[in-house]
Design a protein around this ligand. Structure first.
Ligand code: SF4
Ligand code: SF4
Ligand code: SF4
Length: 301
C-alpha cells in the first residue's frame, strides 16, 4: 500500500484553497517500520505526509481531540478506520460537514511490533501474510464505507464467515471452565487503559473508570477489579464496536480483546440483528441499545 504522493497532492490542494484547516494522515517515524499519526496544517508540512504499509493507526480516534472546535478537518481512512468515522457521527461526536474524508482501499498493513521482532530475529517470516497485522488477516471491510474522495481499487475482504467459531467453542464450556479461561486471560491485564485510549467507541467525556467520587470500579489489578473493568468495557461496546481491532493491537500484554468484542457482536446479531456496526452512515440512525422506548421490556430491573 502506498498512497503517499496522491495524498500529498490532495492535502496540498485542500490546504491551499482553504477547504480544510488540517489534514490528518501519517508521517515516517524513527524506524523504517514505524509510520505514525501526523497532522499537516500548512502546505509546507504536506511533504511530511506518508501513507505506506505501516500506516496502521486508526486516525478517526484523533478526531475526538477536536470535537469541540470548529476546524474543518481532512482525514485519511482505510476501510476499518472509516467505520470509526461512522461511530463518531452516530454518537454525535463530530459534525459531518466539518470533515473531508479521503478514503483509501486497503490490502492490509504491517504490524510495527511484529516487524521489530522479525527485524531482531525473534520471529520468522515464512509466508507473505506473516508480516500483516492480526486485524488485517480477518479484515471484513477493506473498502471505506464513507468518503468524499476515494483512492485505490476495490479490495476483497479477508475475514471468513467463521469469525464466531471460537466464541461458539467458549460458549460450550462449563461455567467453571469459562471462569478459568477468562481468569487466565484477564489476570495479566495491567490496567494501562491503552485499549480504551485507542478505541473510537470509547468516547465518553467522563469515563466510569476515571471517577473517584464514587469510585465505581476498583483500580487494583486484582482479578475481580480486572473482571469488572473488562465486563463494563465490553458491555459499553455492545452494538457499537466497529471491529477495527485497535484495542487488541495496542494491548502490551497481548490480551485477545477481540474475543470479548465478538461475543458481544454475536449476541447483538442474535438479539437484534443481523447487525454490523458502522457499516453505513444514515443521519439520525442509532445503533441497537442506544435508544430507549417507554415500552421496552424491563422486567429484569
Ligand atoms: S483491518 Fe482491513 S482495512 Fe483495516 S488496515 Fe487491515 S486490511 Fe486495511
Ligand atoms: S472495542 Fe476495539 S475493535 Fe471495537 S471499536 Fe473499540 S478499538 Fe475497535
Ligand atoms: S491494553 Fe491490555 S493491559 Fe492495558 S488495560 Fe487494556 S487489556 Fe489491560
Amino acid at each position: 500500500m502506498n498512497y503517499t504522493e496522491k495524498i500529498r497532492e490532495i492535502a496540498a490542494r485542500l490546504l491551499e484553497n482553504g477547504q480544510v484547516d488540517m489534514v490528518m494522515a501519517w508521517e515516517k517515524g524513527d524506524l523504517e517500520y514505524q509510520t505514525i499519526p501526523f497532522i499537516a496544517r500548512t502546505v509546507d508540512e504536506v511533504s511530511r505526509i506518508v501513507c505506506d504499509e505501516y500506516s496502521i493507526h486508526n486516525l478517526s480516534n484523533y478526531l475526538l481531540r477536536y470535537r469541540d472546535g470548529k476546524e474543518k478537518i481532512a482525514i485519511v481512512v482505510k476501510g476499518c478506520d472509516s467505520r470509526g468515522i461512522v461511530r463518531l457521527l452516530e454518537d454525535n461526536q463530530i459534525a459531518r460537514d466539518r470533515l473531508y474524508i479521503i478514503g483509501i482501499t486497503c490490502d492490509g498493513v504491517k504490524d510495527p511490533l511484529r516487524a521489530m521482532r522479525q527485524h531482531s530475529g525473534f520471529e520468522k517470516v515464512e509466508k507473505p501474510e506473516d508480516g500483516l497485522a492480526a486485524k488485517c488477516l480477518d479484515c471484513r471491510q477493506p473498502n471505506p464505507v464513507i468518503y468524499d474522495e476515494l483512492l485505490g481499487e476495490e479490495q476483497t475482504p479477508r475475514g471468513g464467515e467463521d469469525r464466531f467459531a471460537r466464541i461458539a467453542e467458549i460458549e460450550q464450556m462449563s461455567a467453571d471452565e469459562r471462569y478459568k479461561f477468562f481468569e487466565s486471560l484477564f489476570s495479566t491485564c495491567i490496567r494501562c487503559y491503552a485499549c480504551r485510549q485507542a478505541c473510537v467507541a470509547c468516547n465518553c467525556r467522563t469515563c466510569i473508570f476515571d471517577e473517584t467520587r464514587p469510585q465505581w470500579v476498583g483500580r487494583e489489578t486484582s482479578i475481580s477489579d480486572n473482571f469488572m473493568y473488562h465486563l463494563v468495557r465490553a458491555s459499553h461496546m455492545a452494538g457499537r464496536c466497529v471491529e477495527c481491532g485497535e484495542c487488541e493491537r495496542v494491548c502490551p500484554v497481548n490480551i485477545p480483546l477481540m474475543l470479548v468484542n465478538r461475543k458481544l457482536i454475536k449476541d447483538v446479531n442474535e438479539f437484534f440483528g443481523p447487525y454490523e456496526a458502522g457499516m453505513e452512515y444514515v443521519e439520525g440512525r442509532k445503533p441497537p441499545l442506544s435508544v430507549y422506548r417507554e415500552n421496552d421490556p424491563d422486567d429484569f430491573l
